[in-house]
Design a protein around this ligand. Structure first.
Ligand code: DGL
Length: 268
């Protein structure tokens, strides 16, 4: 099978899956959620590299032709190293997200996990694309756990999100990047809490556009029926129940035992 692999710590990758199914509905997808180890947003590069190697080794065994790293934290910290180690084209979210944002505005807010913020990956990519752009980052450590627990639309989450967005409202950003794939799941609440003129960027759209181009160039496009195979490292039942809300149906989900790889040092 010639899958496009999508991986994330949990539910966040569903926003990339959604973009992929819109733009490339004929592609079969192998989705992996590392739910036994979510959240990724406070992990070190060494941990994310080990997790990425395990997941990609498993994906290789299933027969992927391309992988979308549907996690900003892994894209920011370990994508380049993983690209060096695995043979298929592998795309992340940071460059597509940064480029999409500078097409929309010059005062750019980035909402992301603490590890993504700390990496400085978005400010670097944004300034590279547009040196005049101003960038304001807000780490949002509590959002992913709330979303994974199914508490995305509670008064508590709204209050918290409002406090994260206050910093961006006060500096008057014109564009906000969802620098974590979980956050587009809160887009309706974001829209209510941000001034109406602020553009909200989901990097997944641009990522999938780049993936489509790459498939074309490499002659790897699939011309048949799509479909998704879901696997998780945690409880398949819990993931199926939580994913139902975003997918509209309860998906079949497999429990995946990842290959245990020896921990290798991080190479810069
Ligand atoms: N959704 C991932 C990201 O884009 C991981 C978030 C997390 O697990 O903390 O960063």
């Amino acid at each position: 099978m010639n899958w496009i692999g999508i991986y994330d710590s949990g539910l966040g990758g569903l926003t990339v899956l959604r973009a992929l199914q819109k733009q490339l509905p004929q592609e079969p997808v192998l989705y992996f959620g590392d739910t036994a180890r979510v959240p990724y947003g406070t992990r070190s590069a060494a941990e994310l590299l080990t997790f990425g190697r395990e997941i990609l080794t498993w994906m290789g065994e299933q027969g992927v032709k391309m992988v979308l790293v549907a996690c900003n934290t892994s894209s920011a910290l370990v994508l380049e190293q993983l690209q060096r180690e695995f043979p298929w084209p592998m795309l992340g979210l940071i460059l597509p997200g940064a480029r999409a944002a500078v097409q929309m505005g010059r005062r750019i807010g980035v909402l992301a996990t603490p590890a993504t913020v700390q990496s400085g990956a978005y400010p670097r990519a944004i300034r590279e694309a547009c040196p005049q752009a101003g960038v304001w980052q807000v780490p949002c450590p509590a959002l992913v756990p709330l979303i994974e627990q199914g508490r995305s639309h509670t008064p508590e989450t709204r209050l918290l999100l409002n406090s994260y967005l206050a910093a961006l409202r006060s500096v008057g950003v014109d564009t906000v990047i969802y620098g974590c794939t979980h956050y587009p799941l809160l887009d309706d609440v974001m829209a209510e809490l941000l001034p109406p003129q602020v553009r909200r960027i989901d990097p997944a759209t641009a990522l999938v556009r780049a993936a489509a181009q790459e498939l074309d160039v490499l002659g790897l496009k699939h011309h048949g029926n799509g479909g998704v195979r879901f696997g998780v490292s945690g409880s398949p039942q819990t993931f199926a129940r939580m994913a139902q809300r975003w997918l509209g149906t309860i998906p079949p989900v497999e429990a995946v035992v990842l290959p245990m790889l020896q921990e290798l040092p991080v190479v810069d």
